[in-house]
Design a protein around this ligand. Structure first.
Ligand code: CAA
Ligand code: FAD
Length: 382
């Protein structure tokens, strides 16, 4: 077993770290306070190959492996979680399904636009009445005599919905077929019949813009379908397996930032005539934080490694996301506690890390859904 990284992986990590520390982290407080979408920074990430890390060079990407993706996501998330959410949707949720199931023309047009940072993508599965129970969707795409599809319905909580040029949408083409009646379409948001709702105010990742979207007689063509009619749910699940590695990495980045701030603080802050880091109760917290952080990172790298081997990695990805998101929640909670009143203050980033960490337990499958996926894989029971 080799725990070292390649030169290429380390180079990408270094690029991501530099942008995260020099450009993203300094404006994180501003973006969190205002909720302003960080377009310039997103374009900068795109120009540096960070919006299509695993996308082959022939489609405008960096052509790197899943390990490189983990390393880069961790760095960007440590700078600011909201930026890493946008990055993860572009890299993973938007590009992956088209790369694995799309046509050559779709890859050249849509994947290239996102991977080169010319446009922002989104992924629309969730609806107002169906999140975890994704097959209970109501959005309908009805096939017409001329071979086009007319789409009507709503999708909620769509990350980058307010700014996306293209969206991978999942809609029911055959309601009687359940999961096998769902089809994936590429939506061009400039075409008639597409509408955006108001941007949602959120607890954390506030600069990542999220909204409801609605389709009113939107006309999609047969060549807008990704894969084949009825394959949409499997495409969505496969894409989410990969997406969950990205969210695990995001959780690790947030947790690492909180952990590193804590290590500095416990050496400087004094109480009862000693640095608070000398108290055994603080030391126990630090040891537990470090163990959870390393466990999360190793499990996430394992999931990325299995993915890189071309094997099924659903279980490894769910284990990584569950472990990393719960570690991030616990670590940021302890980091706030160790900073005392300053942890609760907006003058330091700890309270932001705490708020940002929470989303990793909710999106791309809640912790309960990760447990369901893991237990089903382990037992074979349903
Ligand atoms: N890969 C490939 N195929 C898969 C799969 C996978 N990982 N998981 C399931 N499938 C297939 C099954 O084999 C089955 O196929 P058959 O019809 O051929 O038998 C089909 O999909 C249906 O599977 P299930 O019966 O297991 O489906 P289910 O209704 O029980 O749901 C679930 C399973 C795991 C709960 C799933 O619905 C799920 O993951 N829910 C959570 C939804 C989610 O994560 N949403 C995230 C939205 S995106 C987002 O959040 C983005 C963001 O924040 C930035
Ligand atoms: P529900 O499914 O209603 O769940 C409510 C509670 O019940 C949860 O605790 C859940 O774990 C629990 N529960 C549900 N089913 C089970 C079960 N079988 N066993 C045990 N417990 C269960 N979606 C997209 O499609 N695209 C996006 O870009 C996107 N971005 C998002 C960004 C943000 C900021 C947020 C908050 C959400 C986003 N989502 C997106 C939606 C997200 O994936 C869903 O919120 C998530 O999957 C949970 O669905 P829900 O909110 O409907 O909760």
């Amino acid at each position: 077993m080799d725990f070292s990284f390649t030169e290429e992986q380390l180079m990408l990590q270094d690029v991501a770290r530099r942008i995260a520390q020099e450009k993203i982290a300094p404006s994180a407080e501003h973006h969190d306070r205002t909720g302003e979408f960080p377009l310039e920074n997103i374009q900068l990430l795109g120009e540096n190959g960070l919006m299509g890390i695993e996308v082959p060079a022939e489609y405008g990407g960096a052509g790197m492996d899943p390990i490189a993706y983990v390393l880069a996501m961790v760095e960007v998330a440590a700078g600011d979680a909201a930026h890493s959410t946008i990055m993860s949707v572009n890299n993973s949720l938007f590009c992956n399904g088209i790369l694995t199931h799309g046509s050559e023309a779709q890859k050249q047009t849509y994947v290239r636009a996102i991977a080169e940072g010319q446009a922002i993508g989104a992924f629309a599965l969730t609806e107002p009445q169906s999140g975890s129970d994704a097959t209970a969707m109501r959005c309908r795409a009805v096939k017409q005599a001329d071979g086009t599809y007319v789409i009507n319905g709503k999708k909620s909580w769509i990350t980058s919905g307010p700014v996306a040029k293209y969206i991978v949408l999942f809609a029911m083409t055959d309601p009687d077929a359940g999961a096998r009646g769902i089809t994936a379409f590429i939506i061009d948001t400039d075409r008639p019949g597409f509408h955006r709702g108001k941007t949602e105010p959120k607890l954390g990742i506030r600069a990542s813009a999220t909204c409801e979207i609605e389709f009113q007689d939107y006309v999609a063509h047969a060549d807008d379908i990704v894969g084949k009619e009825g394959e949409g749910f499997k495409i969505a699940m496969g894409v989410l397996d990969a997406g969950r590695i990205g969210i695990a990495s995001q959780a690790i980045g947030i947790a690492r930032a909180a952990y590193e701030a804590t290590i500095e603080y416990v050496k400087e802050r004094k109480a009862f005539g000693a640095a608070i880091g000398t108290f055994q109760m603080t030391q126990a917290k630090i040891a537990d934080m470090k163990c959870k952080l390393d466990a999360a990172l190793l499990l996430t790298l394992r999931a990325a490694w299995v993915k890189g081997q071309g094997k099924r990695f659903s279980n490894e990805a769910a284990i990584a996301k569950l472990t990393a998101s719960e570690a991030a929640m616990w670590i940021t909670h302890q980091a706030v506690q160790i900073h005392g009143g300053m942890g609760y203050s907006k003058e330091m980033p700890l309270e932001r890390y705490f708020r940002d960490a929470k989303i990793t337990e909710i999106y791309e499958g809640t912790s309960e859904i990760q447990r369901l996926v893991i237990a089903r894989n382990e037992t074979g029971l349903r």
